[in-house]
Ligand binder design. Structure first.
Ligand code: EPU
Length: 344
């Protein structure tokens, strides 16, 4: 019999969420393998407890304590599979740090995820919200995901199409209680083109020729851009973009454009995506702060816990921002991080 993972009681979660809001887990366990995960989920089921799967804690807001079992995924491991000419598959355990994996791939000369440098969180969390930045989304190179299917207790492999990826969305977000990701597989290549089209990257790289760049150069450029614009969650507690960029239909966009000629927008296959940061900025929120929480002064999409703010301080501010964007533009903003814990 393998030893049971240690289940602890009444554990403080403040250091385990990047907003650093205080919250307690009634029960807490760290799992290092798919077997330990299955054991822990089995125990929670026997005890009739709700389960929260925690990666890096960078995309959630604790509205209060979590009265069930918090399972922190600490499944480690990096390996290469199917190395074939210019192509290879990088396999990552769900608990691997995402940014370290990006650097690991880029240093090995493999392209595909370098634009996703410095995104906080773990490899296992990356498919849940289909992380994206600087013109690249995880779904562009994700081959498959291994997950524990909680309805059957079996490990399953979901191919890219089965993950139902969309902008900041996936089957893992759509059916949140079904799958727990244990491992991801990324299809990388030494020869695919670098993705340098995003405006910030173009501006940063100037007239540097693509042929003189390797994936590590691109990762370093992305890191420099992010450090300039986005707060480091280790120093300034935050959860990245707090709202998704909303997509509106063409007619709504035309009428907004007539009233607000400077509106920042990106045409999509269906509809037009608006820059939520611009909408929030126009409502005067950039740099706003009260005693505890506020809005970043260089990127209006990022909410910050300045000083001992609680999850409800953050959520109250988020509601005020949503309210003013709806009142001014008639556009409803959707939160990106999930809300967990608390009453109800
Ligand atoms: N803008 C403002 N005010 C601001 C910030 C931005 O008006 O305070 C305008 C600028 O005109 C800018 C536009 O909004 O051109 C878009 O800003 P940016 O390029 O910084 O990107 P974003 O749409 O705000 C998205 C992602 C980020 C990702 C960046 C870069 C979402 C919700 N956010 O932000 O992702 O890093 O693009 O690709 O899609 C995250 O998800 O946590 C995250 C940081």
């Amino acid at each position: 019999m393998s030893p049971q993972p240690e289940i602890r009681e009444n554990v403080e979660l403040e250091a385990l969420n990047t907003l650093h809001v205080p919250a307690r887990a009634r029960f807490y366990v760290e799992v290092r393998s798919a077997g330990e995960l299955a054991q822990s989920l089995g125990w929670a089921a026997t005890e009739g407890l709700n389960v929260l799967i925690l990666g890096g804690g960078s995309n959630l807001v604790f509205a209060g304590d979590f009265m069930g079992l918090v399972v922190r995924l600490a499944i480690r491991g990096r390996r290469w599979e199917h190395i074939d000419g210019h192509n290879a598959t990088l396999v990552l355990g769900a608990g691997e740090n995402w940014h370290e994996a990006v650097l690991y791939a880029a240093r090995a000369g493999y392209r595909g995820i370098e634009n996703l440098a410095l995104i906080p969180g773990t490899a296992g969390a990356a498919p849940v919200q289909n992380i994206g930045a600087y013109g690249v989304e995880l779904c562009d190179c994700l081959e498959s995901v291994t997950a524990l299917d909680r309805t059957t207790g079996e490990l399953v492999v979901l191919e890219n199409e089965q993950c139902r990826f969309a902008y900041r969305d996936s089957v893992f977000k759509q059916t949140p209680d079904r799958y727990v990701i244990t491992e991801i597989r990324l299809g990388l290549s030494r020869s695919r083109p670098l993705m340098l089209g995003y405006r910030d990257l173009q501006e940063y790289l100037g007239d540097t020729q693509e042929s003189s760049l390797d994936p590590l150069d691109v990762a370093e450029a992305v890191m420099a851009i992010r450090r300039r614009k986005l707060p480091d969650p280790d120093k300034v507690p935050n959860a990245g973009s707090f709202f998704k960029n909303p997509v509106v239909d063409g007619a709504t966009f035309e009428s907004l454009k007539a009233r607000f000629p400077d509106i920042v927008a990106y045409p999509q296959e269906q509809g037009v995506k608006l820059a939520a940061a611009w909408l929030i900025d126009q409502c005067g929120w950039k740099g706003f702060r009260n005693e505890r929480v506020g809005v970043h002064n260089r990127q209006a999409l990022v909410l910050i816990n300045h000083s001992c703010g609680s999850g409800s301080d953050i959520l109250t501010l988020a509601e005020r921002i949503r309210g003013s964007v709806t009142a001014r533009f008639g556009v409803s903003l959707e939160m990106e991080p999930g809300i967990v814990g608390g009453p109800g």
